[in-house]
Write a protein that binds this ligand. Structure first.
Ligand SMILES: Cc1ncc(COP(=O)(O)O)c(C=O)c1O
Length: 363
């Protein structure tokens, strides 16, 4: 087929998702596989969210409310913000895309850590902008080096804390030093997809900056702690002036009615959130100790996954785990051919992963 694809689109690296359970079972004939590859909620969705989504189905012949009135207000009340500080997205992925569409022009520069969540580079390149990737230092954002890469073309800086795939975090004071070093019109995007799992007191919170005079945007999601990854719903926290710009490029009905209703119900289901945090924190602690006991170098994590090194090419370990029905995430594409990322599962899943890994590494 003859296509005229612009060079900046051809430069986009395709996003590689975690392997679905169905695909593994089809390919290798294994049964009862466990997926610990996409940092999803091991408890499933909140039952209240499921009920609300079901009820919403009888109303889907109508378009949903464009701005997500009810959910935006519920979020504002929970987060102690104004509704005008919140923009809903079809996953926080969509907010990344909206930011790029609204604020980037060809040739603009976007600073991010390397490795980073792949969507920052994809969205920047799709807008014709130039990603400026700054290597992590000791598996953490090197915020001073990132500040050092600012040029007159810089329009946006992405910081992801807790960081995917390492689980490391930035500290509030270091983030504020970066903010102080940035020109006043450069957007600082703090991706907080995993913030609900954070246990460290010095972790920053984007809410502290939305009423200042700087364009700081926080990205949050219902995909992780709230168990709604398949619903596709996330949100951005930002100064009202930034939100007004995003609404210009937002598709009018970008978040489905069942997603809005499910998210509002999940937000109110505090018992489910509490159970999730308890399960995830216990799982992080268990897996961290078990991996260390197995002699593997594993980073402490503020998130719902762990990043660890294996003593042979990680792709081979990943494949051998697949044969045992356990899906984790290989990280060669992130520049770590010796590392794997494992998401916290339920206790039985965590045990199965550790047992399979011991077999693979002992073999
Ligand atoms: C760092 C980070 N940001 C954003 C997202 C996207 O989340 P959502 O499902 O809300 O689009 C993910 C998902 O894995 C992530 O790891």
């Amino acid at each position: 087929m003859k296509l005229n694809v612009p060079a900046h689109i051809l430069a986009i690296p395709a996003y590689v998702p975690g392997k679905p359970v169905e695909e593994l079972e089809r390919e290798r004939g294994v049964r009862g596989a466990v997926k610990l590859a996409s940092n999803e909620n091991p408890l499933g969705p909140s039952p209240q969210a499921v009920k609300a989504a079901r009820q919403a189905l009888s109303g889907v012949h109508r378009y949903p409310e464009s701005g997500g009135y009810e959910l935006t207000r519920a979020l504002a009340a929970r987060l102690d913000l104004a509704p005008g500080n919140i923009v809903l997205g079809n996953g926080s992925d969509e907010i990344i895309g909206m930011l790029a569409t609204a604020f980037l022009q060809p040739g603009d520069e976007v600073i991010m850590a390397r490795p980073s969540f792949a969507m920052y580079e994809i969205a920047a390149r799709a807008a014709g902008a130039v990603p400026v990737a700054v290597p992590l230092a000791d598996y953490c954002h090197d915020l001073a080096a990132m500040a050092g890469r600012v040029t007159p073309r810089t329009r946006m800086v992405f910081v992801n804390s807790p960081h995917n795939p390492t689980g490391s975090m930035v500290r509030r004071a270091a983030l504020e030093a970066l903010l102080a070093a940035l020109p006043a019109d450069v957007l600082l995007v703090l991706d907080e997809a995993y913030i609900e799992f954070v246990r460290a007191a010095e972790h920053p919170d984007s809410r502290d900056y939305v009423n200042g005079d700087r364009p700081v945007v926080g990205l949050r999601t219902f995909s992780k702690a709230y168990g709604l990854a398949g619903m596709r719903i996330g949100y951005g926290i930002m100064p009202a002036a930034v939100a007004e710009v995003l609404h210009r490029v937002r598709q009018p009905f970008n978040v489905s009615l069942p997603a809005q209703k499910a998210a509002a119900a999940a937000l109110g289901d505090l018992r489910f959130l509490e159970r999730t945090l308890k399960t995830v924190h216990a799982g992080v602690d268990f897996l961290y100790d078990a991996l260390r006991e197995a002699g593997l170098d594993c980073l402490p994590s503020q998130s719902n996954f762990l990043f660890f090194e294996v003593p042979r090419p990680a792709q081979a370990v990943f494949e051998a785990l697949l044969d045992r029905g356990v899906i984790v995430r290989p990280l060669a594409g992130y520049g770590y051919p010796q590392h794997l990322r494992v998401s916290v599962g339920r206790r039985a899943e965590n045990l199965r992963f550790i047992e399979a890994l011991r077999q693979v590494l002992g073999a």
